[in-house]
Design a protein around this ligand. Structure first.
Ligand SMILES: *Cc1c(COP(=O)(O)O)cnc(C)c1O
Length: 225
C-alpha cells in the first residue's frame, strides 16, 4: 500500500520537475505521528530520508529502526533544552533559526559522528510567532554554522503561509530561491533548498526546490493532535 503511494509521489515529483525543466528534488518522507512499522514499510520500498517534528516522538522510532540505517531530519521547532538529544539522534536539523541553537547543537554533536547537517529556517512571510529567522539574519546565522566544525551548513528551509489559494504561495518560494542564491554566493558548498509539502510541492519545484517534505500524500491524512 505505502509502496504504491511512494511510486505515485515520486511520479508527481518527476512530472513537476520535467514540466518546469528542473532536476527532480529529493523526497523527504514526513513521518510525524506515523508508526515505526509504517516507516519500515516505506523504507522497504526504497525511501531512505525521513522527517520528524518532535524530538521525543522521533527518539523511539530512530532507536527502534537503527538497523535500517535511515537518514533522519528534524523539521519541527527545536527548543534549546532538546538540542543535546537532537544532536545525538538526527543526521539533519532543518529548523535552526537562532544563534543559541547553533552553539548548543555544535557543543553536543559527538566527534565520533559525521558533522550534523544544518538548514537555516527562514520566516519568509514574516508571520508573527512563527519559527524561522528574518531574511536579514540569514548571513550571521550561516557564518556561525560555518564556523563550527561539528556542523555542516547545507542551505535553507521555509514553510510559507499556507494560503488556501496555492498559487499565492509562489512569491514566497521565489523569494526563498533568491535568498538561497545570495547565500550560495557566500557559501558555494550549500546545495539544499527545502520547500514544498503535499499540496504545494509542484509550485515549490517550479521555483527551484531541491527537497520536498511530504507527509499526507505518502501516509494519508494524520489524526488531529
Ligand atoms: C507536517 C510537515 C510537512 C508535511 O506536510 P504534508 O502536508 O503532510 O505533506 C512538511 N514540513 C513540515 C515542517 C511539517 O511540519
Amino acid at each position: 500500500m505505502l509502496s504504491s503511494a511512494l511510486d505515485a509521489v515520486l511520479k508527481r515529483i518527476a512530472d513537476a520537475a520535467a514540466h518546469s525543466r528542473r532536476a527532480p528534488p529529493q523526497l523527504l518522507a514526513v513521518s510525524k505521528t506515523q508508526t515505526a512499522n509504517a516507516v519500515a514499510e516505506l523504507a522497504a520500498a526504497g525511501q531512505r530520508a525521513f522527517g520528524e517534528n518532535y524530538v521525543q516522538e522521533a527518539q523511539a522510532k530512530i532507536s527502534g529502526l537503527r538497523q535500517l540505517d535511515l537518514e533522519w531530519h528534524l523539521i519541527g521547532h527545536l527548543q534549546s533544552n532538546k538540542a543535546e538529544l537532537a544532536a545525538e539522534l538526527f543526521d539533519w536539523v532543518q529548523s535552526v533559526d537562532r544563534l543559541k541553537l547553533v552553539a548548543a547543537l555544535a557543543r553536543h554533536r559527538s566527534p565520533q559522528r559525521a558533522p550534523l547537517n544544518v538548514l537555516i529556517q527562514v520566516n519568509v512571510d514574516d508571520e508573527n510567532g512563527k519559527s524561522g529567522c528574518a531574511p536579514d539574519d540569514i548571513g550571521a546565522l550561516a557564518a556561525a554554522v560555518d564556523a563550527e566544525p561539528r556542523l555542516k551548513l547545507r542551505g535553507l528551509m521555509a514553510i510559507p503561509t499556507p494560503h488556501a489559494d496555492i498559487e499565492l504561495r509562489r512569491p514566497a518560494f521565489r523569494r526563498m530561491h533568491e535568498l538561497f542564491l545570495q547565500l550560495q554566493a557566500q557559501h558555494p558548498q550549500i546545495d539544499t533548498l527545502s520547500m514544498g509539502m503535499s499540496d504545494d510541492a509542484h509550485i515549490a519545484i517550479a521555483e527551484d526546490s531541491t527537497m520536498v517534505r511530504i507527509g499526507t500524500a505518502l501516509f494519508g491524512a494524520r489524526a488531529q493532535k
